[in-house]
Design a protein around this ligand. Structure first.
Ligand SMILES: N[C@@H](CCC[C@H](N)C(=O)O)C(=O)O
Length: 275
């Protein structure tokens, strides 16, 4: 038997370990995900993308392939916008999919995707729904925010000072009555001319250099605060730039996706992590 294949990739420096598992044979425990994502004792990543056939895991989807996404701490999340782009890039590059436009199954529902000639990917991200307001506290400083659901939960706060000045090393406080399942926290500067700058503290990960669903939430929140619910904006994150479109009942995310390495996991190490 061969080893367990992996790839490493990123979308605007939100990085992932990809595990091709077409027939759903891998036992992907919380402990194994956390070890893989650990930057000292594993490969290091913000999350894991298991590449499995929808049918193999009993998911009803128009897409052949299901993105089984896990956060770095091993927790399961509904959706990952940067992850979908990297997932698509691998499916097309490896020949598992021969079309450029197809559908990916996710826990948040089906996501139509399109890979462009330069390797970038556009994802139909579904609705970005404004669900209310709440407050987060960063290093003792409170920030009001707009709660947005993009399949997963977000709280977007507009910050007057440069977001670069925020200390996001520790988990900011949030209202667990409003977000019982936890929340991704985005902090944005409005740059004008349909442009935002964003930093993010992700649920189950910590600060990351980009969050695709977070950028969609950020643009939806900025438009909402401006009194509208449609528009397009660029979002600068520490790991690069993406383009977000918001319309009634739907949204799009366009950005780069790169595969940077592939290899095999050591089977003794994997087995030693337990099942
Ligand atoms: N980085 C992702 C979001 C991953 C899931 C998130 N941490 C959660 O728990 O909801 C993205 O690019 O969207």
């Amino acid at each position: 038997m061969g080893g367990i294949e992996f790839l490493k990739g990123h979308g605007t420096q939100n990085d992932f370990v990809l595990l091709p598992d077409p027939d759903g044979r891998l036992e992907l425990t919380e402990a194994r995900v956390a070890a893989l994502c650990d930057r000292q004792r594993g490969l290091g990543a913000d999350g894991v993308l298991r590449i499995v056939r929808s049918a193999a895991v009993g998911v009803e989807s128009a897409g052949e392939w299901f993105m089984d996404y896990r956060n770095a701490d091993g927790s399961i999340a509904e959706m990952c916008g940067n992850g979908v782009r990297v997932f698509v890039r691998h499916l097309v590059d490896s020949g598992l999919v021969s079309e450029r436009e197809f559908v990916i199954g996710t826990r948040a529902g089906d996501r139509p995707v399109q890979m462009h000639a330069d390797g970038s990917v556009t994802v139909q991200m579904g609705p970005a729904t404004i669900t209310g307001t709440s407050v987060t506290v960063v290093a003792g400083q409170p920030f009001s925010g707009v709660a947005v659901n993009v399949g997963n939960p977000h709280l977007v706060s507009v910050v007057e000072d440069d977001v670069d000045e925020l200390d996001l090393r520790d988990q900011p406080d949030f209202d667990s009555d409003v977000f019982p399942e936890g929340v991704n926290l985005e902090f944005i500067n409005l740059l004008g001319d349909n442009a935002l700058k964003m930093r993010v503290h992700e649920r189950g990960v910590g600060e990351t250099r980009s969050c695709g669903t977070g950028t969609v939430a950020a643009v939806a929140a900025a438009l909402h605060l401006a009194g509208t619910d449609t528009g397009e904006a660029t979002v600068d994150i520490p790991g690069g730039q993406v383009i977000v479109g918001i319309r009634r009942g739907g949204s799009t995310l366009t950005g780069p996706a790169e595969i940077v390495a592939r290899g095999e996991l050591d089977e003794t190490w994997w087995a030693g992590l337990g099942s």
